[in-house]
Each structure stands twice: as C-alpha cells, then as structure tokens.
Design a binder for this molecule. Structure first.
Ligand code: 1GP
Length: 266
C-alpha cells in the first residue's frame, strides 16, 4: 500500500504542504485553514508539531480536516465545472512522538531525526509507535528528517547537532545515508519561524545526490520568493506552518496562499 507515497512522488516539483499544529488552534479552525489552502493549491496536509502532544487534539484535528475535505469533495461532485481531483489531498501525521497518532490519517511520515543526539528521536519513539501504527493500518512513509541551523524549537527540543548552512558536504552525507537506509523522503528543516530557511545551495546539492527520493524543504519559508528559490534548487515539496496560522479569515488566507503558490512555481 503506497498510495500516499505515490502522491508525493508524482506531484513534486513545486508542490505545497501545510503543516498544522493541533496545539495552536481548534480542530474547526484547523479544518478551515486546510480547506482555504487546498482551494489555493496546497496538495497535502501535515498534522503535528514539535512539542509532545497527547493524542486527542491530534486525532480530533485529523478527523475535522478529513471530514471537511470529504464534504468539499462531495460538493464538487454536484457541480459539473468543479474538479473533484482537487480534493485528493492526503492528511498525514507529522508526529513529534509516538503519542501524536491518529488512525483517521491517510498516512504517517515515519521519520527519524537523523542528526539528533538523543536516541529517542532517532529510533526510540519509532519503536514505541511501530506496533500502534501497524494496528492502525495506516501507510507509513519512511522519512529522513534533517535539521539545519538555526533550527528553531525543533532543533532545541530535538537535541539536533545542527548542520550549518554552508556545510554542503555534511548535508549531502546525511542525504546519502537516508537513501542507503531506505528512506523514501528526505525533509530538510530549518526550524519553524526561523529567519533563515535552508540554503538553496544545500537544497541543490542534496537534490543532485538523491534524485530518486522525494525532497521536502521547510522552516522559515515566509514568502513565495523564498519557496521559489528552494523549488528552483530542486525541492519537490515546500512546507509552511506559521504563515497559515497568521490568518483567521479564510478568504484572506486563500488569497495569500494562492499568490504564494503561484510565485513559488514561477
Ligand atoms: C515546521 O518546517 C515547518 O516543521 C514549517 O515552518 O512555520 O516557518 O513555516 P514555518
């Protein structure tokens, strides 16, 4: 079962993911933001944050988003001019740990924080979560998660040995290790809300080193121009979190995200 992985492999080259932190908003608001983003062109939703959360807000948030997407899909079937495929947007767990799980999700980014000093984030939570995910029967997509300076909260909480923004050899070595370990996706993370996203030169070098893996880049991608630089350097998918959470008004968010995604793809 690799349906969601296929979605990531075939829609890359300038696609957009919204990451929603269940601790920052109610499930209803999360669903509204997800829908506004999808109308604007977002093609996947990650649910999860960098702090350990208990499973309930994660589960409620996943359910609210999934129900809202299904409702929009149904509405689109009633309208001959609207495109039902637009709603083929998977909701993935992007968990901080083994407690942040929900069986309602379409898939889970089964990730290892490769450059953490703490074994718990490299393999510990993964071992605790594996029997739970197996029982839930959701698709697990193996992902190497690599945190760069400045790193933000995830760099600190995840006890990462941050990779400096000019350390191209270091970044490439991690990316190659991710490939050799069998990961299908690699996520280059600079940290949520940071003022310096991952250096496009690093994105480019990693892209060249692992052309067959899905390459995701996030952290501090505040503008369409920054996202465009990462896409031109070879990123398949760009993630934004904070940007989405700045707007309470759905139509305002939709306009901002539409412009962002358009610029990103130019
Ligand atoms: C978090 O990389 C993401 O994992 C999102 O970062 O909040 O800065 O968009 P931002």
């Amino acid at each position: 079962m690799t349906r969601v992985l296929t979605h990531f492999q075939t829609n890359g080259d300038g696609a957009h993911v919204v990451v929603i932190d269940p601790d920052d908003q109610t499930p209803e608001i999360a669903a509204k933001r997800a829908i506004a983003s999808i109308i604007a062109g977002t093609q996947a939703i990650f649910v999860g944050g960098s702090t350990a959360v208990d499973g309930t807000p994660v589960h409620d948030t996943v359910i609210a988003i999934k129900e809202a997407i299904e409702l929009c899909r149904w509405n689109s079937t009633q309208d001959s001019e609207s495109d039902e495929e637009k709603w083929d947007v998977p909701v993935l767990l992007f968990p901080a740990g083994a407690r942040a799980l929900s069986p309602a999700a379409d898939a889970i980014t089964y990730m290892s924080l490769m450059n953490s000093r703490n074994l718990q984030f490299v393999m510990g939570e993964q071992v605790i979560g594996a029997p739970i995910v197996e029982k839930m029967g959701i698709e697990a997509i193996p992902m190497g998660y690599i945190v760069f300076a400045p790193g933000g909260k995830v760099g600190a909480v995840g006890e990462a040995n941050l990779i400096e923004s000019d350390d191209i050899d270091g970044a490439v070595a991690y990316a190659l290790a991710a490939k050799m370990l069998g990961f299908k996706m690699v996520y280059l993370e600079a940290g949520s809300g940071v003022d310096r996203p991952v250096n496009p030169r690093i994105v480019h070098a990693v892209r060249e080193a692992i052309p067959e893996l899905v390459l995701i880049v996030g952290g501090g991608m505040r503008s369409g121009e920054l996202a465009q630089a990462a896409v031109r350097a070879g990123a398949d998918w760009i993630v934004t979190g904070n940007l989405t959470e700045e707007y309470d008004d759905a139509s305002e968010l939709e306009n901002v995200m539409r412009e962002y995604i358009q610029t990103m793809r130019e």
